[in-house]
Design a protein around this ligand. Structure first.
Ligand SMILES: Nc1ncnc2c1ncn2[C@@H]1O[C@H](COP(=O)(O)OP(=O)(O)OP(=O)(O)O)[C@@H](O)[C@H]1O
Ligand SMILES: [Zn+2]
Ligand SMILES: [Zn+2]
Length: 802
């Protein structure tokens, strides 16, 4: 076993394979698959992942591994396998897949050091390596002559640990502690000598006389409501002293979470959880779809299932959408499982993320709650994987590797023989269809835990408003309801669906929306050419001046934003205090949280925002929810637009009346008759599902077919178009008869950053060799990709169709 197979950090197609390296003597016993190494590659040295060890190689001039970066593997054998599968499934490079599974900090910069964790004596060589220090640069292992085996053993015994440094030690957080530097009787003496005017100093001394242990400085200052100068005076008098310690950056104060206990489950919850618990007991893999209306207690089911998993000594992964990962959500998990919970959130700094990852890697926690990439948590004994709001598109990564966390979850569920729970009030069509077929096990929670009815939804037809002379964005009914809500001292949530604005064309007189005659999808307005285009079949027509349906000249594309709405709102209802929440007001770190806190503390009457306010928020004082334009998403060039509209309306309606006060919802729309709006207002998921499935079947969209999207981009318009054309032609030669290749057509955004973009869409039912065929077809362009800056991307499960 002297040879290592290494995937090197050179992101290029011809390099997408393992390379063999000789393992030098000194690393032979230490090196394991899943560790990162440094290897010579051409003239330079690069990082790589060891994927296996062998004793033979077909090459005879092997180079040596230059260095080993880890003493314990950063990728478990399961994750190595998963990475290979991920790369193949998404047509990505192995190196890209491996790196996607690890925190940023482990990516490039390789500076490392050892830290001594225990006072217990170490083997002599290690003692001389540490030479009284707590931290030792990793490179000193080599020069000191200490054997790597010894270091590795010390790590296994928990006496030593390795830190990966990004650039400097700044990534480690140091905390200042204070403790007495004299005996208690000397402190007592000093206490008596202190003047009564030095009140704070006396209090501090009294505290340390009682409790001569070290105390965190910041906690001390808070406890005594004093500044550092009082502490400094005592330090100057040599009564107290400071010390610094490294801590994990835990972005959450675990003590601050009130402990909660398992609630007695309702009958419906019992029925839903029983088969899950059985699978946990029996180490059995099934995918469960928990379809429960908002407020039906899905989260409580997750918590109690996790409880069983922890009791068995196993681990749990919980995914929630990025924007639902609110302090409220974190509190529910930390409240139940305390410091056994790690949180992986993209708003954390790289250092914080790394610390949370380390807590998982070192098995200091049993539960991780996180956004998409938490699915790669390096647990080795997973007992359950939960995906909350499983319909959310943010589970799909829109960058290489273009994976869907649901697929990865199911794969890991199979690896660990454990249940996977998908939860939603509005399951994705794909998942619900699988549940209908029996591929997933369906549980339905039709009632809220408090037995309260879902809030009543009133649909307001905005065309009538126009006819009545009201040209504002607020219907008379909504204005009245907001004012009533205000006068009762209750709060309102207003949703503006900004996405999709200014792209679709609609008649303000009759609500007519221009759609493609072949695709039943709204045409997109292209300002430059003044054309309406279809992004599925390349149909186009000029922008009409009169509505083809009622001949009115009020046919417009839409354009407005939250800021303008806010201005209009403060004019309309001047006494209301409005908080605006959108990408602009939440860009700064912590801003999102701050706005929500302000709203929770009733510092505002109205929360006005985009999609980000629709999810997971639970405010007891919110009794009114208004949706300003329910149809704005409906006409996006996306076959999922009705589904997304239904999901959003259902989610946002669920924000009202969750507690004692009854709730109400107003939905403004120009197309009240659209089934997604009508059925969302009746909370009729089942009927929506039936209806939407008919549409998908008719137009052959998922879940009836699979899609693959190939996008070509180049600075030269002709090159982009011709390449796409050749790819489409090439694919036609490989596919089965019932498969189709649509396009090429210009991408919905035809030019980004001066690159022209064309796309081909493959619609298929069964195409076992599709990945290989696509790869074969696009490999012809390898040279051009390398030399001529041609880009070809493949998305095997497209959600964003731009
Ligand atoms: N068995 C129970 N008995 C009493 N209260 C419960 C029970 N289960 C859940 N609850 C409470 O009901 C409320 C709604 O539950 P929860 O938030 O878990 O629902 P959910 O289905 O996850 O909702 P959403 O989809 O809207 O996020 C919470 O306040 C929760 O504490
Ligand atoms: Zn019209
Ligand atoms: Zn079309």
């Amino acid at each position: 076993m002297m040879i290592a197979n290494v995937i090197v950090d050179v992101p290029a197609i011809p390099i997408n394979q393992t390379f063999d390296y000789r393992i030098p003597e000194r690393f032979q016993e230490v090196l394991q698959p899943g560790m990162r190494v440094i290897v010579p590659f051409g003239p330079r040295k690069v990082m790589g992942f060891v994927t296996g060890k062998t004793s033979k190689s077909s090459y005879d001039k092997l180079k040596d591994i230059a260095d080993v970066l880890d003493l314990t593997p950063v990728l478990t054998s399961e994750l190595l396998d998963l990475g290979r599968w991920l790369a193949e499934d998404t047509l990505s490079l192995y190196i890209t897949a491996f790196q996607a599974m690890l925190p940023q900090v482990l990516k490039a910069n390789y500076k490392k050091e050892l830290e001594r964790l225990s006072e217990a004596p170490l083997p002599e060589e290690l003692e001389s390596l540490f030479a009284g220090r707590d931290f030792v640069p990793y490179v000193e292992i080599e020069t000191s002559g200490v054997h790597y085996n010894q270091v590795q053993k010390a790590i296994q015994d928990g006496d030593v640990t390795v830190h990966y440094l990004v650039k400097s030690r700044v990534t480690r957080k140091l905390v200042t502690y204070i403790k007495p530097s004299r005996d208690v009787h000397l402190l007592e003496e000093a206490y008596r000598d202190l003047s009564n005017r030095a009140k704070k100093q006396k209090e501090l001394l009294a505290y340390f006389i009682e409790r001569p242990d070290e105390t965190e400085l910041s906690a001390l200052l808070k406890k005594f409501g004093t500044t550092r100068s009082a502490v400094n005076s005592l330090i100057d008098k040599q009564l107290l002293e400071t010390s610094q310690k490294e801590i994990y950056r835990n972005p959450y104060d675990d003590q601050a979470f009130e402990q909660t206990e398992a609630l007695k489950l309702t009958e419906q919850q019992e029925l839903a959880i029983e088969p899950i618990k059985q699978d946990i007991r029996e180490n059995h893999h099934n995918v469960f779809l928990v379809h429960g209306v908002t407020g039906s207690g899905k989260t409580e089911i997750y918590l109690q299932a996790i409880q069983d998993v922890i009791a068995k000594g196993q681990e749990a992964i919980v995914l929630v959408p990025e924007i639902s990962l609110t302090p409220q959500m974190v509190r529910r998990f930390k409240g139940r499982f305390g410091s056994s919970v790690a949180v992986m959130h993209s708003a954390l700094s790289n250092g914080e993320k790394y610390d949370e990852w380390r807590r998982i890697h070192q098995k200091e926690v049993q539960v991780v709650v996180g956004a998409r990439s938490a699915i790669f948590a390096p647990f080795e004994n997973i007992g359950i994987i939960i995906i909350d709001e499983e319909h959310e598109n943010s589970y799909k990564q829109e960058d290489q590797p273009r994976y869907h966390a649901r697929d990865v979850a199911i794969r890991r569920g199979q690896n660990h023989q454990c249940p996977v729970i998908l939860g939603s009030a509005t399951p994705s069509l794909e998942s619900y269809a699988r549940a209908q077929k029996g591929v997933y096990k369906l549980s339905t929670l039709s009632k809220r835990t408090n037995d309260k009815a879902m809030p009543h939804v009133e649909i307001v037809d905005m065309r009538n408003e126009l006819h009545a002379g009201n040209r504002s964005m607020f219907s008379r009914s909504l204005k009245e309801k907001v004012e009533q809500c205000l006068s009762r001292g209750e709060q309102t949530v207003l949703l503006l669906n900004r996405r999709g604005y200014s792209t679709f064309v609609m008649c303000r007189e009759c609500g007519h929306v221009k759609e493609c005659p072949h695709c039943d999808i709204a045409l997109t307005f292209h300002k430059n050419s003044n054309q309406l285009k279809c992004h599925y079949c390349a149909y186009e027509e000029p922008m009409p001046t009169y509505c083809p349906s009622c001949s009115s000249d009020l046919i417009r594309f839409f354009g407005t934003g939250t800021q303008r709405i806010e201005e209009a709102l403060t004019k309309l209802i001047p006494e209301a205090r409005v908080l605006r929440m959108d990408v602009d007001t939440t860009r700064r770190k912590g801003a999102h949280e701050k706005l929500l806190n302000q709203f929770a503390n009733k510092e505002a009457d109205i929360l006005l925002g985009t999609q980000m306010i629709a999810k997971g928020l639970d405010f007891e004082n919110v009794t009114l929810v208004g949706v300003l334009t329910a149809d704005s998403m409906l006409h996006l060039p996306d076959f999922r637009s009705a589904e997304k509209t239904f999901q959003l309306l259902t989610q946002v309606s669920g924000r009202a009346g969750r507690h004692d006060l009854p709730g109400e919802v107003i939905v403004q729309t120009y197309t009240p008759e659209h089934y997604s709006i009508e059925l969302a207002s009746q909370y009729d998921y089942e009927k929506f599902y039936q209806n939407e499935m008919r549409v998908r079947k008719k137009f052959q969209y998922p879940p009836f077919v699979f899609l693959a999207l190939i996008t070509v981009s180049h600075q030269n318009h002709v090159t982009a178009a011709q390449t796409a054309q050749r790819i489409a032609k090439g694919l036609w030669n490989h596919i089965q008869t019932e498969t189709v290749v649509l396009g090429p057509t210009p991408s919905p955004i035809p030019r980004i950053k001066d690159r022209y973009r064309y796309q081909c869409m493959v619609k298929y039912k069964q195409e076992p060799n599709l990945r290989a065929s696509i790869q074969q077809v696009i490999r012809q362009f390898d040279d051009q990709v390398r030399k001529d800056d041609l880009q070809i991307t493949v998305d095997m499960q497209p959600y964003q169709l731009i």
